[in-house]
Design a protein around this ligand. Structure first.
Ligand code: NAI
Ligand code: PYR
Ligand code: MG
Length: 617
């Protein structure tokens, strides 16, 4: 395929003439079925086989919606009830059944079964009720489903590569039935949301993420691949459970671990060289080490580090406007980030990148000085401020250095003029932060004292308890609004309902989750066929999302469009990411002169509609 380097863009219109648009990379020839237009999934599907297997293939099945003519030509006449029911009736049935489920977990199981039966219908219902159902297929319910995954297991989805597969992975990748894979979400299950090590149960996370890639990002269902790398688990409860489905040994570590991942990356990229790999829920510091190793070699990114950073930066930028300031005022913020792991460090790096790009700080070092970071021991500060023999200072007597040293990424945030391990409450008193971020996975870390103190100094304190699921959020929306007399600008990782305030007003909540960024990133990268995922793509994602709320919304503390508008967000982000890919010279797709990029992106996005199936031996 011709490679296009550096297409000049003006607005959304690509000017440089290129020979032709080539989607040859999308013309997958599948093992059993061929599709006339696999990119759009919109025309006629031509198949070389027929019969009952069509009914049991979730990518093809229409259940009761097969027309009589189709039933005849596919040899399935009589294998489904006689009345042909179009999708609207099917949706009615699905929604009634869904509403009858008594718990979110029951809804999750019901939707997973639909996913395994009829993907078109699954995506239709998800897209029509995105706000309601994102909370089922994604956080918070996916957290419980991951914990229970071995108990609720019905049918396999995706691929598992385990320690017993070493030496086999390059062959195993050919067991996957699809030649074209656009996006892979892969986890080793070592830090699933804020729930810790869930081993092979972590599979629910890639499945949930990829459902949003399809529903919001418009990636085709047959072009996504969820993967678990089962390198063992240190979760003793799972190891003791007779139903657990993963490998029954402790996690591989060190060289064993990294060579395992290397074999997997080699196997994947040998079969699908241009697939996008999203690393998900890898524990610290593996998450960073893997990103550092592969980011300049293959098309990949780490969701927890990078796309979380995009959406959080978007939230802070939007909050500046909400507080009557300009986005350029970012470097005048004082930000406390509680949590110094993958997400905490990743988010702060994104904020620093933006401060530097805005040019209002003289150096990266100056940008670091604006952010105060805490881990489970307290502030990353100066140990020298603890006089070792001061018997009168209770703090000094208790002081114990951290059991492990800070690494270089964390060390950048150390405040040499403040005492190491200072508590959040004391730090808030000293620093009077404008923004409080929580990325700890620990409920209750934002104490009443800390939030009230912050609210004393700011009319609109920005409170972002970002940990998932909701039961692990650093504080709840109720708490944030109560402790700030309803003045907080609030965003959380998992959804919280708006809060009725005593003064009759409504405390508006926002969901600040990487689900706002990764679907659009994936769409932009897939459409442009970008060979690398670059820092600018994340920065532009943040800027794009930060500009989406209307002035009226911003005024009442709404920072982002609602979850029901995730498709619109993804189309905007996808367009911008595509532009960046062309501008930076990483795009390898070919577009015609004058094509409007936003329209190319929009028309590339999958829509869950039934397509006539044709048998052609
Ligand atoms: N809203 C979103 O889109 C996202 C949210 N997250 C959430 O962020 C959380 C953390 O994820 P990672 O950074 O990957 O985990 P991690 O394990 O790498 O980092 C957790 C950090 O929290 C610190 N910590 C633990 N207990 C603490 C305490 N009591 N006080 C202060 N700090 C404490 C640890 O020292 C560590 O630095 C998870 O709950 C995850 O769900 C992660 C990615 C995206
Ligand atoms: C949202 C997400 O990626 C996490 O909580 O890990
Ligand atoms: Mg994650």
């Amino acid at each position: 395929m011709l490679s296009v380097k550096r297409l000049a863009t003006k607005g959304n219109v690509l000017h440089k003439a290129v020979a032709q648009r080539s989607y040859s990379h999308l013309n997958a020839s599948l093992a059993h079925h061929e599709y006339s237009d696999p990119r759009h999934d919109k025309n006629v599907h031509v198949m070389h086989s027929r019969g009952v297997n069509i009914l049991h293939d979730p990518l093809l099945s229409k259940g009761t919606a097969f027309s009589i003519a189709e039933r005849e030509r596919l040899s399935i006449r009589g294998l489904v009830p006689p009345r042909c029911q179009e999708m609207d009736k099917q949706l009615l049935r699905v929604k009634r059944n869904l509403d009858a489920c008594e718990t979110p977990l029951a809804k999750f199981v019901f939707l997973a079964a639909l996913h395994d039966r009829n993907e078109t219908l699954y995506y239709k219902i998800i897209m029509e009720h995105l706000e309601e159902l994102a909370g089922i297929i994604y956080t918070p319910t996916v957290g419980l489903a991951s914990q229970m995954s071995h108990s609720i297991y019905r049918r396999s989805r995706g691929m598992y590569f385990s320690s017993q597969d070493r030496g086999q992975m390059s062959a195993m990748v050919y067991n996957w039935p699809h030649d074209q894979v656009d996006v892979i979400v892969v986890t080793d299950g070592s830090r699933v949301l804020g729930l810790g090590d869930l081993g092979a149960n972590g599979m629910q996370i890639p499945i949930g993420k990829l459902s949003l890639y399809v529903a919001a990002g418009g990636i085709r269902p047959r072009a996504v691949l969820p993967v678990v790398l089962d390198v063992g688990t240190n979760n003793q409860d799972l190891l003791n459970d007779p139903l657990y489905l993963g490998m029954s040994h402790p996690r591989l570590e060190g060289e064993d671990y990294y060579s395992f991942i290397d074999e997997w990356v080699t196997a994947i990229t040998s079969r699908w060289p241009d697939t996008l790999i999203q690393f998900e829920d890898f524990k610290y510091p593996h998450a960073y080490n893997l990103l550092a190793k592969y980011r300049n070699r293959i098309t990949c990114f780490n969701d927890d580090i990078q796309s979380t950073s995009s959406i959080t930066l978007a939230g802070i930028l939007a909050s500046l406007k909400s507080r009557g300031m300009s986005q350029e005022d970012l470097s005048s913020e004082r930000i406390i980030c509680v949590g110094a792991g993958s997400a905490g460090v990743g988010v702060c790096e994104g904020i620093i990148d933006c401060m530097v790009a805005q040019g209002r700080v003289k150096s990266r070092e100056e940008a670091y000085s604006k952010i105060y970071m805490l881990d489970q021991y307290g502030l990353l500060g100066n140990p020298g401020f603890h006089p070792p023999n001061n018997q009168d200072d209770p703090q000094s007597k208790q002081y114990q250095p951290r059991p492990t040293k800070l690494d270089d990424r964390q060390y950048c945030y150390v405040k040499h003029d403040l005492r190491d391990q200072m508590s959040l409450e004391e730090l808030v008193r000293q620093v009077k932060p404008t923004v409080l971020l929580g990325l700890t996975g620990i409920r209750g870390v934002f104490s009443e004292e800390a939030v009230r103190e912050m609210a004393k100094h700011h009319e609109r304190p920005v409170i972002f308890p970002l940990s998932n699921p909701d039961t692990h959020a650093e504080c709840t929306a109720e708490e944030a609004f109560k402790w700030t007399d309803g003045r907080a600008i609030f965003a959380s990782g998992s959804p919280f309902k708006d809060v009725q305030l005593p003064n009759g007003k409504i405390g508006k909540t926002n969901q600040c989750n990487n689900s706002y960024s990764f679907p659009g990133l994936g769409l932009g990268i897939t459409v442009s066929r970008a060979s690398r995922v670059t820092p600018n793509m994340f920065l532009e994602t943040a800027r794009t999302i930060a500009d989406m709320a209307t002035p009226a919304q911003l005024k009442e503390g709404v920072l982002f469009p609602g979850v029901s508008q995730l498709r619109e967000v993804a189309l905007n982000v996808g367009t911008r990411v595509c532009e960046v890919a062309f501008q930076e010279g990483y795009a390898t797709a070919i577009l015609e002169q004058g094509e409007i990029l936003s329209e190319v992106v929009r028309s590339s996005a999958y829509e869950p509609d039934y397509v006539p199936l044709v048998y052609h031996p």
